[in-house]
Design a protein around this ligand. Structure first.
Ligand SMILES: [Mn+2]
Length: 442
């Protein structure tokens, strides 16, 4: 059993907001259309601090007159539970989360004034959840208009809370790493199954459905983001999620898909030949991207940064574009003018965790690049994209799009590639294409 010490996390945050009160709401249900809603997705910061899975919940951390953790949650309601599912309720929420007090969510407005007074500062998300902030501000305003004492005055300093939590989330603890490793097992199987299954005449949608099935059946809880299953030229649309075309003989298939477990994301891209064998030109492009990725991985260690690994990939990709006669420049010119960006328009890595683009700081408080520390997790995903419509490039290249993406944990010894078991070398990918996909769905 993997258990997370949510109480400890709240205590850590509570220590950071000296003389302050923090208010952290859950996510809310979002309307899909008319009276139907999107599947509920918990707010990652709220999840990180409570583990509580429901909407209509608010966490309050006080420091005056004492440090206290209070959670407001939905009340149990047999009628509602019959229609829309079980509700945990304040009583069980107290046991589950180990906060100091729980109350029904409809008591929030009545009680929040009592918690606010005596605090110098209010810490909330200042940019989202505007309604809640406006309500709390109104309560503060009411308290401010009254005759005040030190004990009855509301906070007058308002701070943006998110960076404090996101700094904590940057360094993953052992439990978080384990969740991501478990999610990676399903991601590995799904990518292998896709390599084995894909063939001319099959469709992108079929491949997506197969992977989705494995994500759902294999302990993981589904996909961490909209899967990209892009055959041939579709790979050159970076966020292609229609996944509704037929797969063609001689094309590559680019798949960017990862499962999630307990809301922890994996984010993996592989590109492989639909008929199982790379053409000469596909091999050349693939080898450049793979070399770029390896150059970035070589710099993945404590003290390095996402900027550094990006520069490593850019250098190899730019040289590759020169070798492919796409760019008619020296390497220094290509890097100077950034001409390679036409064929590599995205970054090489992003933080990964509870969010697929994890909300961790990319800069320090001093506006410097965040340096890698033990426990950070990020992606390394160089690519090259040659749209069919680009008449300026050699014709053999047109319609080829390649990206290779792994998930990397920084350790005391260097790095651990969490996705190293998913085939990536050309010979391993071609072998994986020859497997029987049914071996992965049992
Ligand atoms: Mn990614």
């Amino acid at each position: 059993m993997l258990t997370t010490d949510f109480k400890k996390r709240r205590e850590t945050l509570n220590d950071m907001i000296a003389k302050g009160i923090a208010i952290i709401p859950s996510a809310e249900l979002v309307t899909k259309s008319n009276d139907t809603e999107f599947p509920f997705r918990q707010n990652s910061n709220f999840k990180y601090l409570t583990g509580y899975p429901e909407h209509d919940a608010i966490l309050v951390l006080t420091t005056y007159p004492e440090k206290k953790q209070i959670l407001f949650v939905r009340e149990r309601d047999p009628f509602m539970e019959m229609w829309t599912g079980r509700i945990i309720g304040p009583e069980r929420a107290l046991e589950m989360t180990e906060v100091d007090e729980t109350y029904p969510i409809n008591e929030f407005e009545k009680r929040i004034g009592d918690y606010l007074v005596g605090h110098e500062s209010l810490y909330m998300d200042m940019f989202d959840n505007t309604d809640l902030f406006m309500n709390v501000r109104k309560v503060c305003q009411g308290l401010f208009k009254k005759k005040r004492t030190k004990e009855t005055a509301p906070p007058l300093n308002f701070f943006h809370l998110n960076p404090f939590i996101e700094k904590m989330r940057l360094i993953k603890d052992q439990t978080e790493v384990q969740f991501m490793k478990l999610a990676m097992e399903a991601t590995n199987k799904a990518h292998r199954a896709a390599m084995a299954f894909a063939a001319p005449g099959k469709t992108e949608k079929q491949v997506e459905a197969l992977m989705q099935y494995i994500f759902n059946k294999d302990r993981s809880e589904g996909n961490a983001y909209d899967n990209i299953v892009a055959g041939g030229d579709n790979a050159n649309i970076l966020h292609y999620i229609e996944n509704n075309q037929e797969l063609n003989d001689g094309d590559l298939l680019l798949i960017d898909a990862g499962s999630e477990l307990n809301l922890y994301a994996t984010d993996i891209t592989r590109t492989f030949p639909i008929n199982g064998t790379f053409t000469g030109m596909q091999k050349e492009v693939y080898s450049i991207v793979l070399e770029a990725q390896k150059a970035s991985l070589a710099k993945s260690k404590i003290g390095s940064s996402l900027k550094t690994i990006h520069e490593q990939s850019c250098r190899v990709l730019a040289q590759g574009l020169i070798d492919l006669k796409v760019l008619d420049q020296t390497l220094e010119q290509a890097l100077e003018t950034q001409s390679f960006r036409e064929f590599y328009p995205h970054g090489t890595g992003h933080w990964l965790g509870l969010d697929v683009h994890d909300q961790n700081p990319y800069q320090t408080d001093e506006f410097e690049e965040t340096k890698f520390e033990q426990g950070v997790i990020f992606t390394v995903e160089p690519g090259l994209y040659f749209p069919k419509s680009n008449a300026k490039i050699p014709s053999e290249l047109r319609g080829i799009g390649v990206r290779i993406e792994d998930n990397i944990l920084i350790t005391d010894k260097g790095y651990e590639n969490l996705s190293s078991m998913i085939p990536k070398e050309i010979k391993d990918v071609e072998l994986a294409c020859k497997e029987d996909y049914r071996d992965f769905i049992l």
